[in-house]
Design a protein around this ligand. Sequence first.
Ligand code: SF4
Length: 289
Amino acid sequence: MEVLKITPRGYCHGVVDAIRIAKHVGEESAEPVHMLGLLVHNTHVTDEMQTHGVRLVDAPDRIAGLDQIKSGTVIFTAHGVSPAVKAKAAAMGLRAVDATCSDVIRTHDLIDRLVADGYEVVYIGLRGHPEPEGAIGHGPGRVHLVQEAADIDSLQITSAKVAVTCQTTLSVWDTDELIDKVRARYPQVEVHNEICRATQERQEAAVEAAREVDLVIVVGSSRSSNSKRLVEVVEKRAGKPAHLIDTLEEIRPEWFRGVKRVGVTSGASTPSQLTRKVIEYLQGMEPPA
Ligand code: SF4
């Protein structure tokens, strides 16, 4: 089958840095080393980290996760943590290593500034994802999480100073629509779109390439926000079918009935060797009649 390799795809700078930091700490430390949640949202990567001596603590939230660590080092993941998590780790006497992506740190700094300047901050993000958890913790009670239009209708902000910002890995287009909705409710709102460049470039490339293929395969984990958004934007913006797969075994032959050309992309936390295997498999595949 003909395969269009969509670029850019795969690892972003934040993931590369987090992996490098965690590997180094895992190998040089004599004490136990823990990642507080999945270092990046890809199980192939986190399994590999465990072979480098970094144990996984996967709790419902970061504060609860700390309770599972008795001593040694804690690595804060690429998604970032709240100041409360950092304070608790310090109070427990743990050595903290911060692998937060620099783009997420920029959003934290922005929220700190806005809150100090008296703003109420509307934060567009996904409930239950660690990145909003960390970001909201930078202004408890002053940062309001919204995930969909109905959440914006329910906001009860009366302050004259309102700002809107967002998680780094959302859909570019859906976020623009939600920002417009916030602006319609609060015309004075100050807008800070924090979708990172890696997310934006991968989404734009996937939508553009999708117009030239019959189907898009996204290699990535179901826990990865940016991978799931790639599937969504291909379906919604290019009107083409797309499937998320984490392993070769998840590929289903019936997806390819009548398909002549398939596009392949991958999330920002997907190892390139995995994507390469998928591309080679699809190149050797005969689509079912
Ligand atoms: Fe950083 Fe963006 Fe990569 Fe997340 S997707 S780690 S914010 S560069």
